[in-house]
Design a protein around this ligand. Structure first.
Ligand code: ATP
Length: 209
């Protein structure tokens, strides 16, 4: 039988409870034995840069997955040169894990509209199951909105691959802003991650007293 593996890419700046909860829920729903979290690297070519350094994002990920069975972190994207694309990540992991596994690449509903623009999207959709999840605070995934941008059968596959995850209103952007505004964001983060952020003063302006 094929081993099912969840691939979950993102900036994780920082990783929040919502990330963990939807990934675990998705793994249960598809029957995956493994979740691989893949932090994206800082890219001089992307205008939206992670605020925290790669080492801090990795450290927070390690704290967040401590004790979670079957959850691991992959450095494939952090170690790759520019440009770095999801299709390259999937192919690299395919080489590592071999042909007897099935990949499920998770994206939140907010990412669906831009999916047709991803590099080599047709090949990516052929080489792994791209699975859209609900995201609290966003509309339900609009598969019909992809008409004219992807072939109808690919849109149908995406629709069928959708994973009904709980609606969780959390985002790393809001957490970072909350920290700057002095709000209590502890409920959104695992305690060890929150301790790390406080200790290292990540996300606070450099001139913060
Ligand atoms: P930012 O607010 O900075 O964009 P984010 O919270 O979206 O950050 P990312 O690291 O960019 O976090 O997200 C990684 C993946 O997780 C993306 O596919 C995103 O859509 C998904 N995701 C993030 N938060 C949620 C959530 N609350 N529910 C479902 N999916 C989520």
């Amino acid at each position: 039988m094929l081993e099912k593996i969840i691939l979950f890419g993102g900036t994780f700046d920082p990783i929040h409870k919502g990330h963990i909860e939807v990934a675990i829920c998705a793994a249960k729903k598809v029957g995956a034995s493994k979740i691989i979290i893949i932090p994206a690297r800082r890219s001089p070519h992307k205008h939206k840069q992670p605020v925290a350094h790669d080492t801090d994002r990795i450290a927070m990920l390690q704290l967040a997955i401590k004790g979670l069975e079957g959850v691991e972190i992959s450095n494939v994207e952090l170690n790759r040169g520019e440009p770095s694309y999801t299709i390259d990540t999937v192919r690299q992991l395919r080489e590592k894990f071999g042909e007897f596994c099935e990949f499920y690449w998770l994206i939140g509903a907010d990412m669906l509209p831009s999916l047709p623009l991803w590099h080599k999207i047709i090949e990516l959709l052929d080489e792994c199951n791209v699975c859209v999840m609900n995201r609290g605070g966003y509309e339900k995934p609009d598969f019909d909105g992809l008409r004219g941008k992807l072939k109808p059968e690919l849109i149908e596959n995406l629709r069928n691959n959708m994973i009904e995850t709980p609606l969780i209103e959390m985002s790393s952007t809001e957490i970072r802003q909350g920290i700057i505004d002095g709000k209590d964001v502890s409920a959104f983060l695992q305690p060890e991650v929150w301790d790390y952020i406080k200790r290292r003063k990540i996300y606070l302006p450099v001139d913060f007293e």
